[in-house]
Design a protein around this ligand. Structure first.
Ligand code: F6P
Length: 350
């Protein structure tokens, strides 16, 4: 059997660790493994290279993906005119003799994987995203690494907040889900956490900052890039709501600074963490999770079990049907224990 592996969507700590963990058991069992370059683009453009034990050696702790990735390459909407190039992708699989595909990616990748499955390609999904927003999966690899960056940033910014009596805002990634801001904010001791799931009131945030200016004298705010004021718009760096291509969120931190500053005596400063959250080496947790996911994916390939995504539920790795994952995302649910823990320890949500 010849297995193709690809990494789709944004890069993320742990991708290389999954490539290693899928490849090693498969080649040990005598299967042939190939890497498809730059996500689904490599299938349309016929960019495929062999993967073996040597190719994946030493990858456990290396960030990014040796295969390259692409977060907009969709064979079903290809090029500027969005035509269907899936036949070219199928042709690549046929000519290369690839019998099955392991697609490592987020909701966009799983949605495309599901479409290939519907065309008869045996596909298996592995959930990746720092956003942690994949349906049916408690934790995607990459999320813990992003949370560690946010937590560390808040620790560092707290020293300036205290020394200068400032309001320090940290803007996190996460698209429409607040997982990174919530868990990173909780870990880094944020006083205010603003999530896409709960539109905020600037006056309420300002009131918290004013009260804290009196005692203890500073405020740390974690704001998710998808957060927005009640009744107000989300803030975009590029494209945006209603645009023909998916927009790029970003800028709510500066929006909040502009809105808060006239309401406060204290200085308000912003730090936008951006791609720092996706870069560098995976945490130990993500290395282990990536390895588990990769090994479980390899086991399913060998067993001929396709059409599913491996997923972490509780402590177990289980199967979730690709059909149940495609086209959906997972926001922080109201009443989630982390949300409640933050509230109980005095965190304000605006
Ligand atoms: O989905 C992961 C993610 O990092 C989001 O949190 C963010 O909105 C987006 O990707 C940024 O994508 P890009 O790297 O294309 O700007």
């Amino acid at each position: 059997m010849h297995v193709g592996v690809l990494t789709g969507g944004g890069d993320c700590p742990g991708l290389n660790a999954v490539l290693r963990a899928v490849t090693l058991p498969l080649v040990t069992a005598g299967l042939r493994v190939s890497g498809v370059e730059r996500g689904f683009a490599g299938l349309v453009e016929d960019r495929v290279r062999p993967l073996d034990a040597r190719a994946v050696a030493g990858l456990l702790a290396v960030g990014g993906t040796i295969l390259g990735t692409h977060n907009r390459a969709d064979p079903f909407h290809w090029g500027d005119d969005g035509h269907d190039a899936s036949a070219r992708a199928l042709d690549t699989l046929r000519r290369r003799g690839i019998d099955a595909l392991v697609a490592i990616g987020g909701d966009g990748t799983m949605t495309i994987a599901r479409r290939f499955e519907a065309l008869g390609v045996p596909v298996l999904g592995v959930p990746k995203t720092i956003d942690n927003d994949i349906v049916g999966n408690d934790r995607s690899f990459g999320f813990d690494s992003a949370v560690a960056v946010v937590s560390d940033a808040l620790d560092r910014l707290a020293t300036t907040a205290r020394s200068h009596g400032r309001v320090m805002i940290v803007e996190t990634m996460g698209r429409d889900a607040g997982w990174i801001a919530l868990e990173g904010g909780l870990a880094g001791g944020a006083d205010v956490i603003l999530l896409p799931e709960q539109p905020f009131d600037v006056d309420a945030v300002a009131a918290v900052c004013r009260a804290r200016a009196a005692d203890p004298g500073w405020t740390l705010v974690a704001v998710a890039e998808g957060a927005h004021p009640a009744g107000g718009p989300r803030v975009w760096q590029a494209d945006g709501e209603g645009a023909s291509t998916p927009g790029r969120l970003g800028g709510i931190g500066h929006w909040l600074q502009d809105a808060l500053q006239p309401r406060l005596d204290a200085e308000v400063r912003v730090t936008l963490l951006g791609h720092l959250q996706r870069g560098g080496s995976p945490t130990a947790f993500d290395r282990v999770l990536s390895t588990r996911f990769g090994v479980e994916a390899a086991l399913r390939v060998r067993a001929g079990r396709f059409g599913v995504m491996v997923a972490l539920q509780g402590r177990d790795v289980v199967d979730v049907a690709l059909a149940d994952v495609a086209g959906r995302t997972r926001p922080v649910p109201a009443g989630h224990p982390l949300w409640e823990a933050a509230r109980a320890t005095g965190v304000a949500f605006g």
